[in-house]
Write a protein that binds this ligand. Structure first.
Ligand code: 5GP
Ligand code: ZN
Length: 114
């Protein structure tokens, strides 16, 4: 756990979140400022600052995060489509330095993003 990391604190249960999925390695919870009708964050419990900092040893958890996002999309009824995205660094628009995938759906998502 990284000190002062809000997502580590959510993973540890020290900060409340609307959790929709949890296992030993990952946790998924609803975004407090949803950008779409369904907006879920899927994160590793391990503190990885961003995809940029992920290592080969993290490949299993990276796969698990993506599969969890796809399973959650099904569970949430997003049969019409959805988006899974991870923002990296300043230009990528990352505001929380703990790796997370956004699962967005429930409306028509435009492309390219802003
Ligand atoms: P980023 O901008 O890093 O790609 O995404 C961070 C996301 O985390 C944002 O969509 C923001 O609304 C969400 N977020 C920030 N703090 C909290 C929090 O304490 N709880 C929850 N559930 N979401 C948060
Ligand atoms: Zn963290």
């Amino acid at each position: 756990m990284a000190q002062d990391c809000i997502f580590c604190k959510i993973a540890a249960g020290d900060i409340e979140a609307d959790v929709v999925l949890e296992n030993d390695h990952i946790i998924a919870f609803r975004d407090t400022h949803p950008a779409a009708p369904t907006h879920i964050l899927v994160i590793p419990k391990k503190h990885i600052p961003s995809l940029t900092k992920a290592e080969l040893a993290d490949v299993d958890v990276l796969g698990a995060l993506q599969l969890a996002a796809a399973r959650l999309a099904q569970e949430q009824g997003l049969e019409n489509g959805y988006r899974v995205v991870t923002n990296c660094g300043e230009d990528g628009g990352q505001s929380v330095p703990h790796l997370h995938y956004h699962l967005l759906g429930g409306r028509n998502l435009t492309w390219p993003p802003g």
